[in-house]
Design a protein. Structure first.
Length: 319
């Protein structure tokens, strides 16, 4: 049965941390776990034993002052930690996190540094990619002319871009601390809640509209496009202010309704065609004058009202 010492040696030699023991009297490496060290950096363990400065030569040039400082702090304070880059034998970069502890003899004199380090390359790269992603998102939020936000199913905005303040008048701080449903027009609450329920089930939302209360007391109509993200229960949203377009459409409909009302009571025959000469509207007076039934006049049906002797001339003039 393996002894406890043997088991410990196996763990150290085949673990994940590179471990070493450095004598302060000679600055010589007294021990390093061969398997881990060679696997992590690619250099033969003898290189570290034969040359006290070899380990420093493998540190990325810009990081060597950091590596020396970590050792100096250990001697001064009894322990230290830090991270820097090691150049692998194959030329690749290995990010490491180093921890060191000072040992003293019975007289209290420093004699040895015990150290360990772990490979944190994947974590560093992941953090760098995340930082880059955040930077790209920051730029996208800042430059977009649309209203962009990240909100939660808890009913609060998590992040909004400047366009929200431009359209609604609130500061970013006010928007983030206010439940967004309280800004929605009361008549739109039910529809908004139904839309949130669909989003909570993982369904995207396209072209949903509701009205939002501005700081000046007016309401603006917003058109939303929202995609849920799981896990995290976040909603990624883009909105645009369609108030003016909707008001213009409403005024156009009202104008058309007024035109039809006046036209229907006019004693003059009125009809309307598109650019191809197809009838799209006739009033009652025109129907009485032409004698045609309402259902037959649309398209080119209105031409049936033209006398056959005038037909060719009317069409030539029309074209």
């Amino acid at each position: 049965m393996p002894t406890r010492s043997k088991i410990l040696d196996e763990i150290i030699e085949n673990g994940f941390d590179a471990c070493w023991c450095l004598s302060l009297d000679t600055m010589q490496l007294e021990y390093a776990n061969k398997n881990v060290t060679e696997r992590m950096f690619g250099y033969a363990i003898e290189s570290y034993y034969n040359d006290p400065q070899f380990w420093l030569s493998t540190v990325f040039p810009e990081d060597r002052p950091t590596a020396v400082r970590v050792t100096s702090e250990c001697i001064e304070h009894g322990q230290s930690s830090g991270q820097y880059r090691i150049v692998h034998k194959n030329g690749s970069i290995v990010w490491v996190h180093v921890r060191q502890r000072l040992l003293r003899n019975e007289l209290g004199q420093p004699t040895t540094i015990l150290g360990s380090l772990i490979d944190i390359t994947e974590k560093v790269i992941a953090d760098q990619n995340l930082a880059l992603s955040h930077h790209e998102m920051d730029s996208f939020f800042a430059l977009s002319t649309e209203m962009l936000c990240i909100s939660g199913l808890d009913g609060y905005f998590k992040r909004v871009n400047r366009q929200f303040s431009v359209v609604l008048g609130y500061s970013e701080e006010e928007l983030l601390k206010t439940p967004f449903i309280t800004l929605v027009h009361p008549d739109d609450h039910s529809a908004t809640q139904r839309e949130l329920e669909l989003l909570a089930m993982g369904n995207a939302s396209l072209n949903f509209e509701n009205r939002y209360l501005c700081k000046n007391g007016n309401y603006r109509t917003l058109e939303w496009r929202t995609v849920p993200s799981f896990p995290g229960k976040l909603l990624f949203c883009a909105a645009r202010d369609v108030t003016d377009a909707r008001d213009q459409g409403k005024r156009l409909k009202e104008s058309e309704a007024q035109f039809r009302s006046l036209s229907d009571f006019s004693p003059i025959g009125i009809f309307k065609t598109d650019s191809n000469g197809n009838a799209t509207y006739v009033n009652e007076a025109w129907l009485k004058i032409s004698g045609l039934p309402y259902s037959s006049v649309f398209g080119d049906g209105w031409t049936k009202a033209i006398h056959k002797d005038d037909y060719e001339n009317v069409l030539n003039v029309w074209q």
